[in-house]
Every structure is written in C-alpha cells, then in structure tokens.
Write a protein that binds this ligand. Sequence first.
Ligand SMILES: [Zn+2]
Length: 394
Amino acid sequence: MKPVDTRCPNCNASGMDVFYEVKDIPGHSCLMLDDRRAALEYPKRDLSLGFCRVCGFISNVIFDARVLEYSARYEEQQSFSPRFRAFQTELIARLIEQYDMRDKDVVEIGCGKGDFLLELCEMGRNRGVGIDPACEPERMQGRGDGRVHFIRDFYSDRCSELPCDFLCCRHTLEHIHSTNEFVGLTRKVVGDRRDMIVFFEVPAVERVLGEAAFWDIYYEHCSYFSLGSLARVFRANRFEISELATDFDDQYLLIVARPVDKPTAPLLPEEDDLEQITHDVADFSVKVMDLISTWRSRVIAFREGGKRIAVWGSGSKCVAFLSTVGVASEIETVVDINPYRQVKWLPGSGKQVAAPESLRVTPVDVILVMNPIYCEEIRRDLDAMGVSAKLVPV
Ligand SMILES: [Zn+2]
C-alpha cells in the first residue's frame, strides 16, 4: 500500500492508498483496429489503483481520459451470447413488473448499440431515447417499432429536456473518472421530477478482489464499485435507494434510486461493507502477483507440452489478460461470437479475432474461456462443430 496525495473522485476525501499497478497496457480494450500494426502501436498507459478508506471506492489515480475514444470503432455488444441475452431479458421483465414500466418514457445513458433499450421498449411498449457516442442506429434498424431514437453524443445537462420516467445507465459509470460529479449531473438532470426511477448497473469489485481477477482491471475501467461505495455516491447526491443487489453470478451490481431533497443516510445492510472491502483490498494485493505468474507458467507449460491454445472472448478481459500476463505470443488464436469483432485486431497484443468456426480448420488443444459463465454455451457450440478442445476457465 502506497499512500498518494489525491482526492477520492467518489467522495472527495483526501488521500488514497495505491495497491496495484500495471505498466504499459493498451489505453483501450474494446476498440477494434483494422490492421496488426495499428493494434501493436496503439497508445499504452500505466494504471495505478488507489483505494479510498473513507468510502471504499477504487480508482485509477493516474487515469488520463484523453486516451479514450468512444466511436463506431468501439465494439462492446454482448448480446450475441444466449446466456447474456437470457440475463438481459429476465432483468427487463423484472424491471417492467416491479416498477410498472409500461407505456413510459425511458432514457438510457451510454446505451451502446441499444439492445437493452430496444428490448425494454418492445416488451413494455415504452418510448426510448438512447445516448451514446458509439451508438450505431443503423445496426438495429427495424427494431423498437419506431418508438426508440438514438443520439450519438455524450450525456450532458441538455438531457434534462427529454421526457423521462425511467433513467438507466448500464456499464458506463465505471468508465467515468469523476463519479461523484457524474451522479451529481444525473441528479441535476432529474431535477424536480420526483417520480423518476434511476437505474444503474456496474461491474462488482467484490468479485474482482475476491478472485484477484486482474483480467477485469483495464484502462477503460477507471472506477471500481462495491455495493457500499455505489450506494454512498448516490446517497450523497440526494437519492434514496430502493434496491441494491448483485446479479449475473455476482459479477454485476444493480442500484435503483429515487430523487429526494437531501443526502440520505445508509439504511441497507449491504451498504455496510467498508471493513470487508478494506480487508479484500489488502488480500488482493498479496494474491495478485502470484496469480499472474501462475497463469504465465500455466500457459507456457501448455506450449511446452505441445498444446495449441485459443482464447474464447476477445473483449476487455482478453486484452487485459494477454497484456498483464504477457503471453500473447503463446496464443494461437482468439475467437469471438460477435461478428463485428471478427477479422479485426486487438489493441496491445496485435492478435486478430477469428470466428469460432475457424477452430474447425485451425484446431487447438486448449481454449482459455475469459468468462466461466459462458462455459456451457461454448461447450455446446464446440460439440456442434465437432471440436473437442479442453475448456480452461480463467
Ligand atoms: Zn471515497
């Protein structure tokens, strides 16, 4: 733990403790590049994770937002996976039921390619506006029954003019450095509309710390939340919390909040996690270096044993795993079911992404699965193709 003289971007307390550092990682992990050279030469930066002992928040204390580019080259759509789609559909059905989301106005901040918003509007006959600098309305043409519109831009207080009963923001807040400022902006956009429901979803740092999941730590994610630190930033910015929970095998955190006049006091037992997170951070810093070298030895042992290795999943986890472990040259191929990622090149490692079907012609012995939650559907796909490689979940 190395104390640094920086303010916590989540609660404004002074001083954070740095507990994990990685050098020379690609500034982006979801950006897809057109050739190997551009991928290898993509700008690299260092990452230095600091922990706030006051609110339990974790932040890259040397983050430089200028390196990020959210454009059409940014490819994050996860809904090609049946497992992911099932999770999303179930979540939408529950939100509609629980908050009576029918015939309402929905605004989604950071809507990506828009599949969550479209499904929410189709299922509940809602009207939707999606805001994202990387959205591509043409990809989703024919969906949403004409009730969904997209704005290719960053979220700002101009959004207060949009009619809105349900404001959602999924997997975006972890890309924002000044989280307190962003939640404050959200409260400003809500204004006097006291009936508005606000829903945010972010990755859960509890699991990242518990598993020492270094592959879930990358440059794009500058902010890491626990249930407690997420609740605290909403409470400080005049929200009452209706729901605070984990989902997707505890990989994600969900918060449902409603605007009120004053900051609110903690009420939920899940928020009381500061002691646990402080312990988990210390534990992570002890375990992580061993785990990185264990993975390096494992991959090298596979290669020395004559095994050919593929990685299944070319997203941020893969980019972080290859750059942190430093084993890109030992990997035969990286495959992905998202057709928009295929044939493109990954920043940092310079690996080209192939379709899973390529494993029929380029056989491998071992497949590293970047998210174990998908093992079942991957096995099914491989069986259908007659590919018998061994799955090794990361
Ligand atoms: Zn803090």
